[in-house]
Design a protein around this ligand. Structure first.
Ligand code: FES
Ligand SMILES: [Fe+2]
Length: 380
């Protein structure tokens, strides 16, 4: 994060300490609860997601020519392949003959892709390399090339946009926060872990968990509440993306310090909400990237989790720290946040007035949900 922005945030947090407050929206926002459980709504969300660049993996997963990754997180089988010239291409992972899945492994390396059904073969760039004359005398192999999807690498992450109507442009999509995210040099981070997780909660609940610290003192009383304030949080919307700051209790010690003498980023968590489905969190010394995808029903989701460590911090002596982080995630996110969200998921269809309420002290939640709603309503 650029120094001048850090300085503003430092001052803002100090102001909230002084007035014992946090960044607030104008007022609370009552919101229809059915966005969490209606199948038709989820289908609209999926269609909306197709219009945006969505993170599907990390560049380091496919370093060498022929390296590929494949999954169905977007609800369709996709494969992303490193090309001979170092670029990446993404395809539907569907054979043109009769629809078998070409890549059956999640990651790997291949010189070409041979279909496991009848052995039609494709080059790395998705071209069908010919069909036997016997059986297909009039078939033009050019008709059988794989369906290409728009893909871009930016900030060390791989983004795919399913809808071909507009060209993919991640910088444009990130808008004002593109420079800010670039300042962390994430493409040079080491990948500690990449996992695909499943949870019996709505995909938006994964994001919700990172968009307000209001629940820390109660839900996380015994886990992270001793380390984080549940208030004093700056928030800023940048178009459909946003940034919310979680303030560590260690900030108490720098409250009276001169900005130039402190390293603000050690005393905060920075939560970037990247529309539609990612939360990128600066955790004080490393990144977590959570990308949540709708599952088969509104009460299920899949999550691409990445733990990314700045190169200078990644060595033998720090390894135990990153392992501990994973334990903290298990104890707070899985056992507390997701456990609560799972319980909430079952209750939402019975909630009074069929309405949840996002507080004025939860401006990041208001921002995310209001934009989702508006875009879904205006979608053709
Ligand atoms: S389905 Fe792929 S070769 Fe037949
Ligand atoms: Fe939480």
């Amino acid at each position: 994060m650029q120094k001048e922005i850090q300085k503003q945030i430092f001052q803002e947090i100090k102001g909230y300490y002084k007035d014992n407050t946090t960044r607030v929206a104008e007022t609370e926002l009552p919101f229809p609860a059915n966005v969490y459980f209606e199948p038709e709504h989820m289908e609209r969300e999926k269609r909306l997601m197709e219009k945006y660049p969505v993170i599907v993996g990390h560049s380091s997963q496919i370093k060498e020519s022929g390296d590929f990754l494949s999954h169905t997180l977007l609800g369709i089988p996709i494969m992303v392949v490193r090309q001979k010239d170092g670029s990446v291409k993404a395809f539907l992972n569907i054979c043109s003959h009769r629809g078998a899945r070409l890549c059956t492994e999640n990651t790997g390396n291949s010189r070409r892709f041979v279909c496991p059904y009848h052995a039609w073969t494709y080059s790395l760039d998705g071209r069908l390399r010919g069909v036997p004359k016997l059986g297909f005398p009039n078939y033009d192999p050019a008709d059988g090339n794989l369906t290409e999807l728009q893909v871009e690498e930016r900030h060390g992450l791989i983004w795919v946009q399913v809808d071909p109507a507009n060209p993919i442009d991640v910088a444009l999509h990130l808008g004002e926060i593109d420079d800010e995210i670039a300042s962390y040099d994430i493409s040079n981070c080491e990948v500690h872990s990449i996992k695909i997780l499943e949870a019996d909660i709505n995909w938006k609940s994964v994001l919700d968990g990172f968009l307000e610290p209001y629940h820390f003192a109660t839900l996380h009383a015994d886990s992270i509440a001793p380390y984080f304030h549940g208030t004093y949080s700056p928030f800023e919307g940048f178009g459909i993306n946003s940034r919310m700051i979680g303030v560590r209790k260690s900030f108490d010690k720098i409250l009276e310090s001169d900005f130039n003498e402190v390293d603000l980023l050690k005393h905060v968590a920075v939560n970037y909400q990247i529309f539609p489905n990612t939360i990128l969190v600066w955790q004080g010394d490393h990144f977590e990237c959570w990308t949540a995808y709708p599952g088969e029903t509104p009460g299920k989701c899949k999550v691409l989790f990445q733990m990314l460590i700045p190169k200078a911090q990644y060595n033998e002596s720090t390894m135990a720290r990153w392992e501990r982080n994973w334990t903290v995630i298990e104890e707070t996110v899985f056992d507390e946040d997701w456990e609560m969200s799972h319980q909430v998921q079952g209750n939402l269809s019975h909630i009074p007035n069929e309405t949840v309420v996002f507080g004025a002290n939860e401006p990041a939640l208001q921002h995310f949900h209001a934009h989702m709603k508006e875009l879904i309503e205006n979608m053709n």
